[in-house]
Design a protein around this ligand. Structure first.
Ligand code: BG6
Length: 496
């Protein structure tokens, strides 16, 4: 993280929304605090709300203060806020873009430079098309004239469409306005510290990669459990559901990183090529297999916690899933026959994001003679903990102290916070933004990968509809529907 870049301008569409306040603005401010972006840094907030610049600045100050910026400092905030501007308007209105042109010209003058432009689409997805069209028609996407358009970039948030067709439409619109090098599709999970450590841990330690295959690994589990419900996002979430919201992107990205072949070089092209090969190698689930290989659920109220169908802006007969469990297979030489079990849900009993690799048991008995009691020996499990306690655990068997030979499992634990106390970890958004500014696309999704993941998601949705896979109701605060336990127990395995 030694990249210092300026001048630059972030034009944020949807600037008064949740994402800007909770993630984007705090991340930009922390980059400023760290000195990664310096003088001549401008933010132009664009949104429908008719508010004055000072009110917008105040809104952003509160966001920076409450958005985890433990390092908030009123002095640097004053400097940072100096570069914050605001322009109200409707995204479909061409006049808005002319006003933006005027503002950007003013920043160029102030900076005495052609300021590179970053257009951040932090709006509901239905606004992407008009914004892209007007960026093009107004000439904004072409840059300020002296610089080539390559210095102009667009950052776009998931969901990238809601199915294969709409994702392709969005790609079409994007590629009409920007070249692939200018497009940064954000999946914030790729910016998380432990997700990034997956490759380092596997390839920089001689003991893991040789066993990272079907000969040694029994199965892999990927868990993204949340305690929160849909909160204020009911209107967005109803009809989207967990499969589109987190499986299509965050969970498949984690799976791809786990299963990847070693890239020829650790650069953006090779890493992304290898990841996409995995996404393309995941077997689509056939309709008649959906009942046994997938579970869809929805949370029901419990005490003060509302049922999903009672949440604000959710239809009271909604069929949207807030829980998904899947059993997937990657069809290649390395992983053939190794199940990848995925589970995610809202309003569960714990907040946990984790990938666990469950090794096969060693050979314990030969010709009916057992060295150790096979029932005492548990699988080795390598657990990559992404949230909330970032780290890595390895379960190994040891001999219990004392006479005789009794085996017991113990955990070898590594925790980022204790091992690297005093070292500040950049937040996922801050890391992604700095990479986007530097033009490094390694941690961003690519269109062919998105198409591959939608293809898989569509096969599941089709199966859900045709095979009428029932919506399993689970109590808020529980471990999820019993059917999710059955999905894995059927194979003689258990969720970790
Ligand atoms: C978002 C989803 O992409 O990821 C949310 O839209 C989900 O529904 C969130 O809660 C989880 O992200 P994190 O970083 O809080 O684990």
């Amino acid at each position: 993280m030694d990249k210092i870049i300026s001048p630059l301008v972030f034009v944020i569409f949807g600037a008064t929304g949740d994402l800007t306040r909770t993630k984007l603005l705090p991340a930009l401010y922390s980059l400023y605090r760290l000195g990664k972006i310096t003088h001549n840094f401008f933010i132009l907030g664009v949104s429908r709300r008719e508010i004055a610049v000072n009110d917008f600045r105040e809104m952003m100050r509160l966001a920076a203060q409450s958005g985890g910026s433990a390092d908030f400092n009123s002095g640097t905030w004053a400097e940072f806020a100096d570069g914050i501007d605001y322009e109200p308007g409707y995204f479909e209105n061409p006049d808005l873009y002319q006003r933006i042109v005027g503002k950007l010209k003013r920043y160029d003058k102030l900076a005495k430079a052609c300021v590179p432009r970053f257009f951040y689409l932090s709006t509901a997805p239905e606004h992407y098309a008009p914004i892209l069209e007007h960026l093009h028609n107004s000439g904004l996407s072409a840059g300020c004239g002296q610089l080539s358009a390559a210095f102009t970039r667009v950052l776009i948030e998931k969901p990238f469409g809601r199915d294969l067709e709409t994702a392709a439409e969005l790609e079409n619109q994007l590629s009409h306005v920007f070249s692939e090098k200018q497009i940064f599709r954000i999946d914030h999970y790729l910016g998380k510290e432990t997700v990034q450590n997956i490759l380092a841990f596997r390839f920089a330690n001689g003991i893991f990669d040789p066993t990272w295959n079907r000969q040694f690994i029994d199965h892999v589990q990927i868990t993204l459990d949340e305690t929160v419900g849909v909160g204020t996002r009911g209107a967005f979430y109803d009809g989207i559901g967990a499969l589109r919201d987190v499986v299509q992107n965050h969970m498949l990205e984690m799976l791809a990183l786990m299963a990847i072949e070693q890239p020829i070089a650790f650069n953006e092209k090779n890493i992304r090529d290898e990841k996409i090969k995995i996404l393309e190698a995941i077997k689509c689930i056939k309709i008649d297999q959906t009942v046994n290989n997938t579970v869809r659920g929805q949370y029901q109220g419990n005490g003060k916690l509302l049922s999903f169908i009672k949440e604000k802006n959710v239809s009271n007969n909604s069929n949207t899933e807030t829980f998904v469990a899947l059993k997937l297979f990657v069809e290649n030489d390395r992983w053939d026959g190794v199940p990848f079990y995925l589970r995610t849900g809202k309003r569960l009993n714990r907040k946990l994001v984790q990938i666990s690799v469950h090794y096969k048991k060693p050979v314990l008995c030969k010709q009916d003679v057992c060295f150790y009691n096979p029932t005492q020996v548990l699988r080795n499990v390598l657990a990559i903990k992404i949230q909330p306690h970032e780290g890595i655990d390895l379960r190994v068997m040891v001999k219990e102290p004392g006479f005789g030979m009794k085996l017991t499992p113990i955990q070898m634990k590594f925790r980022y916070n204790s091992e690297f106390s005093g070292t500040s970890k950049p937040d996922a958004y801050a890391r992604l933004l700095i990479d986007a500014i530097a033009g490094d696309q390694t941690l961003f999704a690519r269109s062919d990968g998105i198409a591959a993941s939608w293809k898989l998601m569509m096969s599941i949705r089709e199966g859900w509809e045709s095979a009428r896979v029932p919506l399993q109701i689970y109590k808020s605060g529980s471990t999820g529907p019993a059917a999710a336990e059955e999905l894995i127990n059927r194979d003689g395995r258990h969720w970790i």
